[in-house]
Design a protein around this ligand. Structure first.
Ligand code: ADP
Ligand code: MG
Length: 701
């Protein structure tokens, strides 16, 4: 039996053959006709309208003109020989220049006959010229005014006749062979008619060779929708499966630990947002399904207390809990503050990190195994082989993006009859747009309110010129008993350079802030953990006034007394990073400041970025802006994720379509979770055959 045309391998297509098909596979991973047709044009050359020569603005404009030659002339000799034709459309004149095929052109081009030409303009002063334009007789052109697709190519492909033009020819041939029967519809018919989409057949024809704007627009709309819709279907399917299949421990009780803590130990009133989130968590813990929740809240929004109170619910129900932090310092800080918070309600808290060794470690692990440590705080040491819980019911992960996917998965295995409930805390807001596509199968809770009395951090952009004033200001803050961070960028490729930056910055500081009046801590990536912890600790304890650091302090450290964050070479940081760094201050009741230092000259784009940070403290606004600038591939949290990247649709620009796609996917799967109804047969088969499974997100975070 003959394979359907779309599934046929490219090597069997007329005009391709084994050599070219091998190249297409190597260079662009295209194997079948379907692959080739689904590589849509990068852009189109608009041949539907003509420019006037007098309207041409500048060099490098690509234009299509209609007119005739007034003269031809040959100049130069040998290799410098060229043919120059003066071409006019009444509004002006342009010189068309050829260095090759001169003889043929001279024989075939005529004066005073109408032509259409297309190409890139050069402008020297007021003289316009164009080298090797495409040229066609006007009469013929009249019937084929159209958009010309431009395809991706590579040098190797180009050398084998598969440049954009070569590919265009092949695609055109394939599309001429294609019939409606070859392209059965996989979207449900009711959707096509409801959303006024073209059929699959027409969409494919028109995405490659649209004859007008409307056709192109409709084809794009359908194909983008389709991409988003198929992706959403797989994500929502996982979400539903997780909801209905992964059962979890049930914590029906709120008992003494929680209640006593709430009544007697809690040092402040919870914010409305914290209460709301606790309610959401509480509902999960009673549901019988495993909780898999992401707790998002800007730095300082008070996630720790929510984590602790969630742990107390688990403990009230007779379970153990653990809290995993990305660094030793953070683990230590969580340990100290939790121990302090629960001291009156008598809950035993343990800490397990790499530096807990020998007998102490053995003893601790034994207590954990026996179930006598209800709260175990630690680093990734928590997920090592030798760590066995008696009845782990809840695992909390702080600052999620520092942990790899595999590490997180290991937590699952620490449960007994069920996986523990999982709560992931992050201060890196995931923009809603991204959340819907990537994390659509994780529940999310947002703390969108800071505890009362916080003063928003004041952020300013300063240049070298202002440095004396900045230092004067720093001295004033130190005199008022506050501490100061000064952060230098760390870029891996130039570690030496950065260290130099930091060192020379440090030396300069020593001049302006001389000991013994001023004490300075230094932390950078070349130090070992012990050295770092030691220096950090001196700052935490208030023994030093200034902390000079590369970005190692980015995550989570809490020094409420620090009121100033100075970021050097701020133009070298991304938006989210700047926001994270800024979050190190503003943790106490006093007014805090963030100063972004740059040289005088920075790019326009960098200035925009800094303006964003200056103008808002809202992490979500910043995250959306970051997503727009960098695209989803670089968002933290996604780098190890194997995110199914979109080829055609764009999360930002096509956000409205994305929403529609998601809503429809949810509605369909609610009624027909396995896509068994007759309307959805084709859709199911298409998904099974052609759409990669998304990773099971619910299992890895
Ligand atoms: P993050 O969300 O960045 O982890 P933390 O949990 O460290 O924030 O909280 C930051 C600070 O705010 C801590 O000192 C904490 O005690 C305090 N805090 C948390 N919730 C409240 C509240 N409802 N009212 C007052 N202070 C609070
Ligand atoms: Mg925190």
């Amino acid at each position: 039996m003959h394979r359907p045309l779309l599934d046929r391998e490219l090597t069997y297509i007329k005009g391709i053959g084994p050599h070219r098909s091998k190249l297409l596979k190597e260079e662009l991973s295209l194997v079948t006709v379907r692959d080739l047709l689904l590589e849509y044009p990068m852009r189109y050359e608009d041949r539907t309208s003509f420019q006037r020569i007098s309207d041409i603005r500048g060099s490098a404009d690509v234009v299509q003109l209609r007119g005739y030659f007034t003269s031809f002339g040959e100049t130069g000799s040998g290799r410098k020989k060229r043919l120059v034709g003066r071409f006019t459309d009444q509004s002006g004149t342009i010189e068309l220049v050829w260095f090759r095929s001169i003889k043929w052109l001279k024989e075939n081009l005529n004066i005073h006959q109408p032509y259409v030409i297309y190409g890139r303009v050069n402008k020297f002063g007021r003289r316009l010229s164009m080298a090797h334009p495409e040229i066609e007789n006007f009469s013929k052109k009249q019937t084929s005014q159209t958009f010309i697709p431009v395809y991706r190519s590579t040098e190797k492909l180009g050398a084998s006749g598969l440049d954009s033009k070569g590919r265009r020819k092949i695609v055109k041939y394939i599309l001429s062979q294609l019939s409606e029967r070859d392209t059965p519809e996989h979207l449900p018919h009711y959707l096509i008619s409801k959303l006024h989409f073209p059929t699959y057949y027409h969409a494919l024809q028109h995405i490659h060779f649209p004859t007008n704007n409307q056709e192109l627009h409709d084809a794009e709309r359908r194909l983008k929708f389709e991409e988003l819709f198929l992706m959403q279907l797989t994500i929502v399917k996982h979400y539903i499966r997780h909801k209905t299949m992964v059962s979890g421990y049930v914590f029906p009780e709120i008992g003494d630990y929680f209640n006593n803590f709430y009544r007697e130990a809690l040092p402040f009133d919870l914010t409305g947002a914290q209460k709301k989130v606790l309610k959401e968590i509480r509902k999960d813990l009673k549901s019988g399904q495993q909780m898999n929740r992401l707790l998002q809240g800007d730095v300082g929004s008070g996630k720790t207390i929510v984590a602790l109170m969630t742990m107390l619910i688990a403990i009230d129900n007779g379970f153990q809990t653990c809290l995993m932090a990305p660094t030793e310092i953070l683990a230590q800080q969580h340990f100290e503050s939790i121990k302090d918070l629960v001291k009156d309600i008598k809950v035993r808290v343990g800490i397990l990190t790499g530096s807990v060794k020998g007998k102490a470690r053995k003893e601790l692990l034994k207590l954990v195994r026996l179930g006598e440590i209800p709260i175990l705080v630690g680093t990734h040491a928590l997920i090592e082989e030798g760590v066995t819980f008696n009845h782990l019911g809840l695992a909390i992960i702080d600052e999620q993006h520092r942990f790899g996917v595999a590490q997180r998965a290991k937590l699952w295995e620490k449960g007994r009859s069920h996986p523990p409930h999982i709560l992931v805390m992050t201060a890196t807001p995931i923009p809603r747009t991204l959340h819907m596509t990537l994390y659509g199968d994780i529940d999310i809770s947002i703390i969108d309110e800071l505890p009362p009395g916080r003063k928003p951090i004041r952020t300013q952009h300063k240049t070298e010129y202002n440095r004396p004033d900045v230092y004067k200001f720093v001295k004033k803050e130190i005199a008022r008993g506050h501490q100061v961070y000064i952060v230098y960028p760390l870029i891996e490729e130039s570690e030496t350079l950065d260290l130099e930056n930091l060192n020379s910055g440090y030396e300069r500081l020593l001049v302006d802030f001389p000991p013994p009046d001023y004490q300075i801590s230094v932390v950078h990536g070349r130090m070992n953990q012990e050295q770092k912890d030691f220096e950090m600790q001196r700052f935490v304890e208030g023994k030093t006034h200034i902390m000079v650091a590369t970005t190692v302090i980015e995550v989570g450290v809490n020094v409420p007394n620090a009121s100033v964050m100075i970021i050097e070479n701020a133009e070298r940081f991304g938006l989210s990073q700047l926001h994270q760094l800024r979050g190190r201050v503003g943790r106490g009741a006093d007014q805090s400041f963030c100063i972004l230092m740059t040289s005088f000259k920075i790019t326009h784009e960098a200035r925009e970025r800094l303006n964003t940070i200056v103008s808002t403290n809202d992490g979500f606004v910043i995250a959306e802006a970051d997503l727009k600038i960098r695209g989803p591939g670089n968002m933290s949290g996604t780098e190890q994720s194997g995110v199914p990247m979109l080829k055609f649709a764009n999360l930002i620009k096509d956000n409205a379509l994305l929403k529609t796609a998601r809503e429809i996917a949810m509605r369909i799967l609610e009624k027909d979770p396995d896509l068994r109804s007759s309307h959805h047969q084709a859709l199911r088969q298409y998904l099974e055959k052609y759409v990669d499974e998304v990773q099971d997100w619910s299992q890895i975070s």
